[in-house]
Design a protein around this ligand. Structure first.
Ligand code: NAD
Ligand code: LMR
Length: 330
């Protein structure tokens, strides 16, 4: 039986990530090969981005994707989020060289109040929201507070790109395929204080720190490479990551919609319940498992060593500072 289409709203749809992301949604890579979609693409009400968005829609037409059952091209958030089952919030300014993601908070934060309200008032009753625009944790917090009728557990922000980066770095160091590396994990903020955790990761079924018995590398160069990978991409490309970010968002949505294999987890920024001493209410990256039926849970009872505890305390402090900065928007 043919499934009913789901409505997927994407903000910043004419931007770099949008361009890499939309064909992947329309081709079925995000929601599955039998799930029709209607894309609701939102841009700012200015001539250039709206013209570019019309061009993106023309290209999507020209792909003749069998699953793409409709498109909305708009600068009106009420229309863009109307009946949306998923809201993918990409639209916002990226950082440039020499900036930290948190430097974007004054400019990007307010975007998420208006969008939160528009989601609250217009989206489908089952809407789920994934925030990519930086600083994504705190933007997701703002959005969640601006949409009081949408349950808090429907909001997430993306650290899947950092997880993928960590997985790729470990695979390269161990000389194995990326598929051999499991349960890499990111704690805290999607920022330079994020905590890539190798102490719960495995390589070919063995603890990662036994396969790579080099604590100095694991706690030094590896950690920094993952924390600063976004900046390294900006330095190399002159633009922030886009193909890998779009890919990670496909992974992120699948992580939350498909059942997580037994014994595994993925990194997702969700509202903290206070576990692992991460202040309640912050949107922070945790190990998350999904039941594949719309419910997820934070994996409980991982043991944190003193190194991880210290690093997690620092990333939590940064998130608390960001929350304080935007308290007028909450
Ligand atoms: P981009 O500048 O290429 O595109 C952003 C688009 O958003 C632009 O077309 C702009 O017109 C649009 N936009 C701005 N404000 C908007 C609004 N209020 N409503 C709708 N559209 C709006 O940027 P990009 O490279 O696509 O990056 C987008 C964001 O994603 C940035 O904030 C970037 O830092 C972030 N990012 C996050 C991750 C992550 O892992 N969380 C990874 C990569 C990029
Ligand atoms: C990334 O991690 O690549 C993005 O958050 C973009 C950035 O500013 O680093």
């Amino acid at each position: 039986m043919t499934k009913a289409p789901i409505r997927v709203a994407v903000t910043g749809a004419a931007g770099q990530i949008g361009y890499a992301l939309l064909p992947r949604i329309a081709s079925g890579q995000m929601f599955g090969p039998d799930q029709p979609v209607i894309l609701q693409m939102i841009e700012i009400p200015m001539e250039k981005p709206m013209a570019a968005l019309e061009g993106v829609a023309m290209e999507l037409d020209d792909c003749a994707f069998p699953l793409l059952q409709g498109m909305v091209v708009t600068s009106d958030p009420a229309l863009g989020f109307r009946d949306a089952n998923w809201a993918l919030l990409v639209g916002s300014k990226p950082r440039g060289a020499g900036m930290e993601r948190g430097d974007l908070i004054a400019e990007n934060g307010p975007i998420f109040t208006g969008q939160g309200r528009a989601i609250n008032d217009n989206a489908a009753s089952d809407v789920r929201v994934a925030v990519v625009g930086n600083p994504c944790n705190t933007n997701a917090l703002i959005c969640m507070h601006s949409a009081p009728d949408v349950p808090d557990e429907r909001f997430s922000a993306m650290t899947r790109l950092d997880q993928n980066r960590a997985q790729a770095q470990l695979a390269a160091k161990a000389g194995v395929a990326t598929t051999e590396v499991k349960n890499t994990l990111i704690w805290g903020n999607h920022s330079a204080t994020q905590v890539p955790d190798v102490y719960h990761a495995t390589i070919a079924g063995r603890p990662a720190n036994e396969v790579i018995p080099d604590a100095a590398w694991l706690e030094g160069d590896f950690l920094e490479a993952v924390q600063k990978r976004g900046a390294a991409i900006i330095k190399a490309r002159g633009l922030s990551s886009a193909a890998s970010a779009a890919n990670a968002l496909v992974n992120h949505v699948r992580d939350l919609t498909m059942a997580t294999p037994a014994g595994q987890w993925n990194s997702v920024c969700v509202k903290s319940d206070g576990s692992y001493s991460i202040s309640e209410g912050l949107i922070a990256s945790f190990p998350v498992r999904s039941d594949g039926k719309g419910t997820w849970e934070i994996v409980a009872d991982l043991t944190l060593n003193p190194f991880l505890e210290g690093k997690i305390a620092a990333t939590v402090k940064e998130l608390e500072g960001e929350r304080e900065l935007v308290k007028d928007l909450l």
